[in-house]
Ligand binder design. Structure first.
Ligand code: MOS
Length: 736
């Protein structure tokens, strides 16, 4: 009878059946009566002013209902710029003026009775604009670099000790510049919004990582009461950060629906995913490291140059991990921005740590090489129990255990330290290491749990499932806290009318929402026990709280195991019970430094003549707190490693410097790994009990998987070939 806890077990996704049957409904799959279709028209020049848009031919196109341009679009409060509220809000382009700030900026919306008619109408638009001189060259823009007022997850610059003295003291030094290219998120499901008005109330079916953020941003932009905006998003086909902000198309869909008086569906085409919905900016990272003969760091400098748009400052926070990852008394980190005529970049798959660990972990590898040290021994020599920047202990840090477990599993000991020394037939073999890390974020969240007379429970929170398993793990958390079997618990999310939860970004959903779901379930459980005690018809009438418990859907007595009653019987008499709870992170965030850690070991094979790179094997070992579901967690980390491989070898958005157009804005030419590119990936979890982070000990695993991977692979390529490639992606031409 006793079922034991389900948290941690590798249970199947509770929404798996819906997904394989095609019954999981994504934003663009909702259909509403009288719904029509909108197409977003974009600028084809990087900077200028619109002189005229001739809409006559478009308006005559069969089926076209409206053409919105800056001439006739509804005027918005504060020029449509009222909503900026990071991380949910971005500066949007909402047809309020004639300015063009980037190629791909929305400049018109065509609405028609079918998608094809809307596309026809869009093609018939004639736009005349005066071009202006655009900034598209990162190099040329560098003299204008400036420090941003703030960086997403911390201060712009940091300093401790005496950097120059530390550099002088060191016996070995490395100084190098690393580059990462512009990238775009490209989830399988593109952005999509359906907007429907009923009087003054707006419903949005939107693919988003943040239903409450869309609600707030749209309300503020349109000058509405947020309670009049309802956002629905039961499923997301991947987000990777681009769906963490509310972009122009969401508001444009609402504006178009208002104008035509019918529900409007606006789905971005794949090429439209490159520009108006964020991306990863280019980074140029200068690393200067120095260490004593024994490998202990005496100085670290990490200076980041990256770009933003002319609309707004957004900074890729690439130096963040350098502040806390290794012991080092003397350090300087800095972020600088240049402005380019491109769409505003945004959070993308471990913003900061993905690009930053590439540079840092390569530099550490170069330092190990200079020092004649094993790269793993160098990392271990710089281990620290305290966050050297915040001067606080880590809430938990299992990095040494990750190194040990990963190295053992991978067979690191067989690595011959000399580059170009290992072979497999004609292939050069390289083994590389990179450290993974990501902050263990948490925000306030709320949840509701209802206990129903049929013996089932409904748990709810206005969070999101990006495809990673939120539905499943929250069901497990609620079931355990209630003492219900997991199949009698249903979890609902993705609706702004549910108790609010934070953005599913920064890898924080599990660590933020699980505590709220757990607390709400415990509160509902306490009510159920009280109902049993108070009810003269219950066998528990008059019993003490302490002797009662709920297990597998039965109310039971600890004192007398024969006394029991199904919860359904209790609730049938008491009526449905409900608890709503909000939880907040506590003082642990001031007393400790909260991060997850891992170690990534890669094996690469390089063809010595052709430069072809294969990655037959990656082993990632992670200390990420408590695992809520071993199966979904494994998938998530494995997916992260694939994205790291992608970053190392494939991804790059190529900009035409003349027009500001991304020339590979499609999935044929924007390369991501396919199955044949991915070798064996092993994911290991080292046991980690973090008593500080939250009651469940959950750290979050959304993004750490991508970190450390590109560095690990780049280091393996160096080991295989003796060639140090400091500019991603590592394509074969760079090895020839
Ligand atoms: Mo993640 S890039 O913080 O959505």
């Amino acid at each position: 009878m006793n079922q034991g806890p389900v948290v941690g077990l590798p249970i199947d996704r509770v929404d798996g059946r819906l997904k394989v049957c095609g019954a999981a409904r994504y934003a663009a799959e909702f259909t509403l009566p009288r719904m029509v279709h909108a197409v977003m028209v974009q600028s084809t020049m990087p900077k200028g002013r619109i002189v005229a848009i001739d809409t006559a031919a478009a308006e005559r196109t069969p089926g076209v209902l409206a053409v919105l341009t800056h001439r006739n679009a509804p005027r918005l409060p504060a020029h449509g710029r009222a909503a900026v509220q990071p991380p949910a809000g971005r500066v949007l382009s909402l047809l309020q003026d004639d300015r063009i700030d980037y190629h791909g900026q929305p400049i018109a919306v065509v609405v028609a009775d079918s998608l094809e008619h809307a596309q026809d109408g869009a093609r018939a638009l004639k736009v005349r604009a005066t071009p202006e001189r655009a900034a598209l060259d990162f190099e040329a823009a560098k003299p204008g670099a400036y420090p941003p007022a703030q960086v997403t997850r911390g201060t712009t610059d940091t300093q401790r000790g005496d950097l120059e003295a530390g550099l002088r003291t060191g016996a070995v030094r490395v100084s190098a510049v690393y580059g990462t290219p512009m990238e775009h998120h490209n989830p399988m499901e593109p952005h999509a919004t359906i907007a429907a008005w009923e009087g003054g109330r707006l419903t949005l079916y939107d693919s988003t990582q943040y239903v409450s953020g869309v609600k707030r941003t749209v309300a503020r932009t349109l000058g509405m009461d947020p309670e009049q905006v309802h956002v629905v998003c039961p499923f997301v086909g991947g987000g990777f950060g681009c769906k963490g902000s509310t972009w122009s198309h969401v508001v444009l869909a609402a504006m178009a629906a208002r104008v035509v008086g019918r529900p409007v569906k606006l789905v971005l085409a794949r090429p439209q995913m490159f520009g108006p919905v964020g991306g990863r900016p280019r980074t140029e990272q200068t690393l200067r490291l120095a260490a004593a003969r024994d490998g202990r760091l005496t100085a670290m400098e990490h200076a980041v140059m990256t770009h933003t748009s002319f609309l707004e400052d957004w900074t890729e926070p690439s130096a963040m991990q350098t502040r806390m990852l290794y012991a080092c008394p003397n350090q300087r980190t800095a972020h600088r921005l240049v402005k380019l005529n491109l769409g505003t970049p945004t959070f993308q798959r471990a913003p900061g740590e993905a690009t930053g660990t590439f540079a840092l972990e390569c530099a550490m590898d170069e330092l190990a090489h200079e020092a004649g040290m094993d790269p793993l021994a160098l990392r271990i020599a710089n281990e620290t129990a305290e966050d050297p920047d915040k001067r606080r202990p880590f809430s938990s840090r299992s990095l040494l255990a990750c190194y040990r477990a990963g190295a053992e599993r991978f067979g690191w000991a067989r690595r011959n330290p000399a580059p170009r020394s290992m072979r497999d037939g004609r292939w050069l073999v390289g083994l590389g290491l990179g450290t993974a890390t990501y902050p263990a974020n948490r925000s306030g969240a709320s949840a509701r749990v209802q206990l129903l007379p049929d013996g089932t429970a409904l748990a709810q929170s206005g969070t999101q499932d990006l495809g990673t398993g939120t539905y499943t793990v929250m069901t497990q958390v609620a079931a355990d806290a209630l003492g219900y079997p997991v199949h009698r618990v249903r979890f609902e999310l993705g609706d702004s009318r549910l108790p609010p939860a934070p953005v599913s970004g920064g890898s924080q959903s599990a660590a933020s929402v699980a505590p709220a779901v757990r607390e709400a379930a415990l509160a509902a459980r306490a009510k159920l026990i009280d109902a049993g005690r108070a009810d003269p018809r219950s066998p528990f009438h008059g019993a003490s709280k302490d002797e009662m418990w709920i297990d597998n859907g039965w109310l039971r007595s600890r004192r007398d195991p024969t006394v029991q009653e199904p919860v359904a019987a209790v609730i049938a008499r008491s009526g449905p019970l409900e608890a709503v709870v909000s939880t907040q992170p506590g003082a642990e965030r001031e007393r400790t430094s909260l991060h997850a850690f891992g170690a990534v070991f890669s094996e690469v094979h390089v063809d010595p003549e052709l430069g072809i790179i294969r990655v037959p094997r990656v082993v990632g070992a992670y200390g990420v707190g408590r695992i809520l579901n071993a199966k979904t967690a494994h998938s998530q980390l494995m997916g992260g490693i694939v994205w790291g491989l992608s970053m190392a070898l494939f991804e790059e958005s190529l900009l035409d410097p003349a027009t500001g157009r991304f020339v590979n804005a499609n999935l044929a030419e924007y390369h991501v790994p396919v199955n044949a590119d991915v070798g064996e990936i092993e994911v290991m979890f080292v046991p980690e009990d973090d008593p500080f982070i939250n009651a469940l000990g959950v750290k979050g695993i959304g993004e750490i998987g991508i970190t450390g991977v590109a560095g690990s692979i780049a280091n393996a390529v160096h080991h295989a070939t003796g060639r140090r490639v400091r500019e991603l992606p590592i394509t074969l031409d760079k090895l020839l």
